[in-house]
Design a protein around this ligand. Structure first.
Ligand SMILES: NC(=O)c1ccc[n+]([C@@H]2O[C@H](COP(=O)([O-])OP(=O)(O)OC[C@H]3O[C@@H](n4cnc5c(N)ncnc54)[C@H](OP(=O)(O)O)[C@@H]3O)[C@@H](O)[C@H]2O)c1
Length: 333
């Protein structure tokens, strides 16, 4: 049996969902892969809990009942350690970044220098520092895994990295943002942009500050990451971006009258990435609904390959993160 130690940085919706999967499937991972995991630290924005082995079940109860780890003072020692201190001081095999820290690349690089692999669902480090992060990981023979950054657990990253070894990718077109799909679908049913956005916020689909979804930044991050994986490293600044803020109900209805629908579509070709609202036929594979995502990958040998699945959701995102943790464990499967 191989035991791997984990440091969780971030213990919000995705972090806790990952923790639940690790608890529920403990036996399955032992039997199937001969591995077990022990959590040696958990960090949120308030504090770090650090010990030889932390009881994840208890951690979930504390975080869900008290909101912050700084309140967990009866069983464990609580430290005022930020992510950069954690990756330096806490001995762990894998650091799991499930924060939304825009500057996380700084401590990702430090973690790699300390010999720790990284698994992350956080997009900005990759969208701005892909080349640097990959170079550092490769140089040290460490894993840097990020399946959940695009299409949640739907395995587009692993597909591009591990399959299609002899293919040349010509183009990827996809819909990678569920909030904009939700808003555009409601507008097709007659709601205004503002009404549809309000509904998305009420249902927890859009964040309190939805600007990153509406102006295309979230889809732009994902398109940047796909370009890096499918072609070569670029950064988010290289992406041409137009969000859905300017789309009117009238435009949506007119498209509908023509048998079409409007979606925020990312087109990724070598050296050319565009994210913009596009009118597409209602029977197009990209005419997804709800929080589904879709990608059409065109290669020289395979032709068109369609990948369609969850683009958000906690269990679905945990699927991607946990798969990465197992791959980063470097056991022979
Ligand atoms: N939700 C999804 O469906 C989904 C899908 C794919 C990818 N993602 C990505 O996954 C990440 C996590 O999403 P989420 O929904 O779990 O967000 P969330 O619920 O807001 O959780 C974020 C967690 O990170 C912690 N955090 C933020 N900045 C930190 C810092 N500088 N130092 C230490 N802790 C910090 C927060 O601490 P506090 O608890 O103290 O606030 C919180 O525990 C995001 O990058 C998101 O874009 C999410």
């Amino acid at each position: 049996m191989k035991t791997l130690s984990l440091s969780f940085i971030g213990f919000g919706n995705v972090g806790r969902s990952v923790a639940r999967v690790l608890l529920d499937k403990k036996q399955f991972f032992k039997e199937r892969y001969g591995i077990e995991f022990k959590t040696v630290s958990i960090t949120d924005s308030s504090a770090t809990v650090w010990d030889e082995e932390i009881d994840l079940r208890e951690a979930l109860i504390v975080k869900e009942n008290f909101g912050s780890l700084s309140k967990w003072t009866n069983d464990y020692e609580v430290f005022d350690l930020k992510p950069i201190d954690v990756v330096r001081e806490v001995e762990s095999d894998i650091v799991i970044d499930v924060t939304n820290d825009l500057n996380a690349h700084v401590w990702h690089l430090q973690a790699l220098r300390e010999g720790r692999s990284i698994v992350t669902s956080n997009k900005p480090p990759l969208a701005f520092h892909y080349r640097e992060l990959m170079r550092e990981a490769n140089r040290r023979g460490l894993s840097y895994k990020f399946e959940a950054t695009v299409m949640a657990g739907t395995p587009i990253i692993t597909l591009l990295q591990e399959a299609l070894k002899g293919d040349r990718i010509e183009r990827i077109e996809g819909v990678f943002n569920g909030t904009t799909t939700f808003i555009l679908s409601r507008m097709e049913r007659g709601e205004s942009f503002e009404e549809a956005l309000r509904k998305a916020q009420e249902l927890g689909i859009a964040e309190r500050d939805p600007s990153g979804d509406i102006n295309g930044v979230d889809a732009g991050y994902k398109a940047t990451i796909l370009h890096c994986v499918a072609f070569e490293p670029i950064t988010f600044e290289d992406v041409i971006l137009k969000g859905i803020g300017g789309i009117t109900r009238r435009e949506v209805m007119e498209a509908r009258g023509r048998g079409n629908t409007i979606r925020l579509v990312a087109k990724i070709e070598k050296g050319n990435v565009i994210v913009e609202p596009r009118e597409i036929p209602r029977n197009s594979p990209l005419a997804v609904a709800e929080t589904q995502n879709a990608a059409v990958i065109k290669t020289d040998l395979l032709g068109e390959l369609l990948l369609r699945g969850a683009g958000a959701g906690l269990k679905e995102t945990a699927s991607g993160v946990v798969s990465d943790i197992i791959r980063a464990s470097k056991i022979k499967i």
